[in-house]
Design a protein around this ligand. Sequence first.
Ligand SMILES: Cc1ncc(COP(=O)(O)O)c(C=O)c1O
Length: 435
Amino acid sequence: MENNKYIKSKELLERASKVLASGVSSEFRKYNHPHALFYEYASGSKIIDVDGNEYIDFTLSQGPLILGHSNQQVLDAVNKYSEKGQLFAGQHIKEIELAEKINQIIPSAELMRFCLDGSEAVQTAFRVARSKTGKNLFLRFEGHYHGWLDNVAYGISVPKDENLGDRNKPKVFPWCSGLSTESKSEFIIIPWNDIEILEETIVKYKDQLAAVITEPIMCNNGCIMPKEGYLEKLRKLTEDNGIALIFDEVITGFRIGLSGAQGYFNILPDLSIFAKAMGSGYPISAIVGKKKWMEEISSGRVIHAGTMNSSNPTIAASLATIIELEKDINVYHRIFELGNKLKLGLENLSSKHNQNLLVQGPGPMINTSFTELLEVNDYRDTLNSDKQKLNRFISNLHDKGVRVIGRGLWYISATTTEKDIESTLEIVDKILKDL
Ligand SMILES: Cc1ncc(COP(=O)(O)O)c(C=O)c1O
């Protein structure tokens, strides 16, 4: 039956598809419910689509909106600084102010460079690691996402009717057509959270490994916390073997706390990537790191460039975002508390309705899946969940005004309220009863 709730979006999608490939500007936007939607207005924790449907927004634009939609201080800072110019192809004062601030709050950020997004900052980190070590390979982990470029686009997903093979020798599948076959030889991939396999692999390939890249919390699949001692072991093994440890903090940065996951876990990576919540929705990212590594860029041995880097609006947005987060001294406490309230509420409702809903994650981000497992510790575990049931759950939530990322990921912002959580749980109560 035709769903009239989204009729205007449907019409616009038909129009868009004539001029935009499949009607969207990023692949992930295709997978909305029931199809790509068009939005008109967003403020705080709410977003409204062109059909006038309002949602409590737990997608927060795939993570960036740590201050919620349309934060006034960020908007004012962007507008005011853009009046002076947009892009100088030269340096400007706020760029130093932002770098000084990041240097103060991110433990390993002795030197940095600003870029536009997470994907390109990740590639810059590989270049730095290769230049410094004279080695070529990097080690990645199953289920981690580091952007959409070729050398990190293998091993993101498993085709239907395939499997990942042996834990010690995983099968690697391309994410899509058109990837360079050479890129496949740039990396080794292993399951995450398995100290034994990690150690064996690093010992075996230490003379070829320039870097290990990891999400410090596996946010992209299952919101999985590192097992006790895992990141510490990773730090030690990389340090002992002259391998760069890269923390991909694109999600954890400014979300799990001002100092990122490296502050949260008290582990110093050599290089890290920040994006998403760093800029409240404006295109800015950073590669930050210890001087010893970042000097590859300072010296000119490694070239990092970009016409659009550090434009006035992006720098102003990032600086204002961090200042707002610093001013609100309870902000992270509140975000954690609300996330944990949501998590506990979901777990209680799952028990009440005899469902197999598993909720994982530290609070600022959580993940929901339907599985018989009591705990999900790596990507292979996530493959045991009931994806169709999750789709029904997420679609039902959406129809009732709660917007969650399709793979079950929920984000909390500084503007998420107690009322948002309570209303959401009332809706979940009704959905789980009949799911
Ligand atoms: C952990 C992680 N790294 C890198 C990226 C790529 O960032 P971007 O989409 O800004 O290129 C993402 C995007 O979702 C991410 O989640």
